[in-house]
Design a protein around this ligand. Structure first.
Ligand code: NAD
Length: 491
């Protein structure tokens, strides 16, 4: 029997941007599921804050509709209990109005955990934190959660961190990267550090290379304005992909304590080989999707049409080869790849082990494929270890590659908690292990900045790729010229 999580202490969770996309697609459903699991204490409240004037009743009706759209089998009794926790306050951050109403609703609850969640444009992170300070809304039990992106470069990220840090202490700041809340990502730590099997092999002597892919089939959807100022390198690589790389590559931390884990991740980021201009040109590929077909075969528009621009240098695809200059990983390439409008929606980490040093089998036994550990983050979370076995039955020694399947949904018959559900719980408990520390964010930017600078200098546009494919052919060349191929799930 697994231990059931305990409810957190009582809280007021103040969600700035409570009417936004993230709030209704992720935060409200995640909080509803926590309610369903009995994880929300009796007197806890969720206070949505946004610009337009709405009554509590209006907001509850809106939230109900949104939750029902995302949670198919909602329990009406639990939902109505959950909705009663919701309150709504109108604050206009740009006009600096409405703060008194927030003061009013929070008054007298200084002894409960007060969690601010900034689900708004990053331009508002600073002004909101400053206003919370000015209006004396920050209590010793306060904390703040901020969403990506944190800055657009190392210096702007430092500025954001500085502004928030002038009001909140580092231990009160939760920088969320929802990839870290995924079940399989945590399982990666369990696989590595709760088994004796993998760790002795987890180095350049046994691992040939590592691939980290986060592929989406969607285009920019409703986020065109944001996306065109960001691009795939800032939107995905700087945070999600580098965080995954850290978890794969870090040394065993002393314990699961937040700073033990984050210290080890930081060491990996600092050991990333900096990209000078020639290595940027050689080891990175940027692409932009053109009109093509969606995964179900329908026609889809190109990026420029989606963002309604004549021209744009923004990349919707990145492939890059990263290297870690330390004893464990010297000579082991980490191939990173992410993009929009690709052939499939897949996020996975592939650990490709080395070929056997010597085969004792005859050629007629078949090719011996090197072992592979495939950690799938989405859509179907799970872990597969590809191993060689003897093909069962008579007919001599014929070898066959089979997956040892550790697909969790089947093995454990449990509903997967969404990453936000877990991360909200961790934040309310004050556990920062799965949140990024300031120095990590800035170290990740230190590796990204030279790539952005070189791309800005290099006037060649991103390489076009047809929607529904795996990106520009240069991305295939990036890995194949080194005698390797991108992993395809063929088993
Ligand atoms: P959104 O545009 O859908 O919502 C923004 C919210 O901010 C709305 O509730 C809006 O009313 C409120 N707002 C806007 N101007 C305001 C003002 N002057 N005063 C008070 N409130 C104001 O944005 P979103 O997609 O929900 O994103 C929110 C944050 O989460 C951003 O930092 C974004 O980068 C990040 N994020 C979003 C997603 C996603 O899937 N939507 C994913 C990762 C990170």
């Amino acid at each position: 029997m697994s231990a059931r999580p305990e409810p957190t202490e009582c809280f007021d969770l103040v969600v700035f941007g409570g009417t936004g996309d993230l709030a209704h697609r992720k935060l409200l459903p995640a909080l509803y599921h926590r309610e369903l699991g009995g994880l929300i204490p009796e007197h806890a409240r969720i206070i949505a804050v946004s610009r337009r004037p709405l009554s509590d009743a209006d907001y509850r009706a809106w939230a109900q509709e949104k939750i029902l759209a995302h949670v198919t089998d909602a329990c009406h009794k639990v939902l109505s209990r959950f909705l009663q926790r919701l309150h709504y306050i109108s604050v206009n951050v740009s006009e600096d109005t409405g703060w008194q109403s927030l003061e009013q609703i929070l008054k007298g609850r200084e002894d409960v955990c007060r969690a601010f969640y900034l689900s708004v444009s990053p331009d508002f992170f600073g002004p909101i934190c400053q206003a919370l300070g000015t209006h004396n809304l920050i209590t010793p039990k306060s904390r703040v959660t901020i969403e990506k992106p944190i800055g657009k470069s190392g210096s702007t990220a430092a500025h954001v961190n500085e502004t928030i840090g002038s009001v909140f202490k580092e231990e009160q700041i939760f920088r969320i990267d929802h990839y870290l809340g995924k079940e399989t990502v945590q399982n990666l730590m369990a696989l590595r550090f709760a088994n004796v099997l993998f760790e002795p092999l987890w180095n350049s002597s046994y691992i040939d290379h590592i691939q980290i892919t986060a592929a989406e089939t969607l285009g920019v959807e409703s986020r065109a304005g944001y996306y065109d100022t960001a691009g795939a390198l800032r939107d995905m690589v700087q945070n999600h992909l580098l965080q995954l790389l850290c978890l794969v590559a870090m040394e065993p931390p002393e314990s699961m304590a937040a700073d033990s884990v984050r210290d080890e991740k930081l060491k990996v980021l600092k050991a990333l080989k900096p990209m000078d201009p020639p290595s940027v040109m050689r080891n990175t590929v940027r692409g932009q999707y053109r009109a093509g077909a969606s995964s179900d075969g329908g026609a889809v528009s190109g990026y420029l049409e989606d963002v309604q621009l004549q021209a744009s240098q923004t990349e919707t695809f990145v492939a890059a080869k990263a290297e870690i200059a330390n004893w464990r990983w010297a000579g082991v390439p980490f191939y990173l790849r992410t993009g929009k409008r690709l052939a499939e929606r897949i996020s996975e980490i592939v650990i490709q082990f080395r070929e056997l040093p010597h085969s004792i089998f005859k050629e007629s036994a078949g090719r011996i494929a090197a072992n592979k550990l495939v950690i799938r983050l989405q859509p179907d979370e799970g872990v597969k270890m590809q191993v060689m076995i003897k093909d069962p039955g008579p007919g001599g020694m014929r070898l066959r590659e089979v997956p040892l399947d550790m697909t969790f949904a089947e093995a454990f018959q449990v509903r997967h908690a969404d990453a936000y559900e877990r991360l909200l719980g961790d934040m309310l408990r004050g556990n920062q292990t799965l949140f990024m520390r300031r120095d990590e964010v800035e170290a990740a930017w230190a590796w990204i900045d030279p790539i952005l600078e070189q791309w800005a200098k290099d006037r060649t546009p991103p390489k076009g790729y047809t929607a529904g494919t795996w990106g520009p052919s240069a991305a295939i060349a990036l890995i194949e010229r080194e005698g390797r191929t991108w992993h395809e799930d063929t088993l």
